[in-house]
Design a protein. Sequence first.
Length: 220
Amino acid sequence: MKIFLVEDDPIITEGLKIALSQEGYQLDACASMNEALGKIKEEVHYDVCLLDVMLPDGDGYQICRAIREKSDVPILFLTACDDEVHTVLALEQGADDYIAKPFRIRELLARIKAILRRSAQFDLVRIGQNELNLTTGRVLRGGEEILLSAAEYRLLLAFVRSRGQLLTRAQILNDMWDAAGEFVNDNTLTVYVGRLRKKLEAEGDAPVIETVRGIGYRMP
């Protein structure tokens, strides 16, 4: 599990690094708003974000909005202002929870685990013997990550969004772009579907993508 922390107090940051590492979490920390916004642009996958409200060059609300433009990753605010106005503002910006400073490490860990459980109820999708985490963008099989290209992942999302429905090749092609920004053509789509099947299906597995001959595909 990887946690993104934005906190300008080095004592708090160091304490959280120690406590979270003992629980098996990996911490990626920033001390300012601009540093955090730069990290967000790198599109690194995180499982939880912990955001301080007051920062030397801005506030956590701006970071929260930037994250929400890209991801539904769980966000928990660390705030020294435990009043209704700041609580409502944090939630309105897209936060999932907040905790007032000073806080006990055990309480913070409990809140992190709680929002991860709530998130997992909605963001984990079973695809045959595989598990897609919509928050992190990772596909796992037996705990091992299956690496997908950007185009393969977009194709997988198209099937997941329309699960059980027939997707014509034309519908899929209209939604697909390659890494260079060019349209994916019909032959390339066939290749992508084949690669996706090979990565998601092992010998003996039921098909994760069914072919409807002459029309398109369906994910059961």
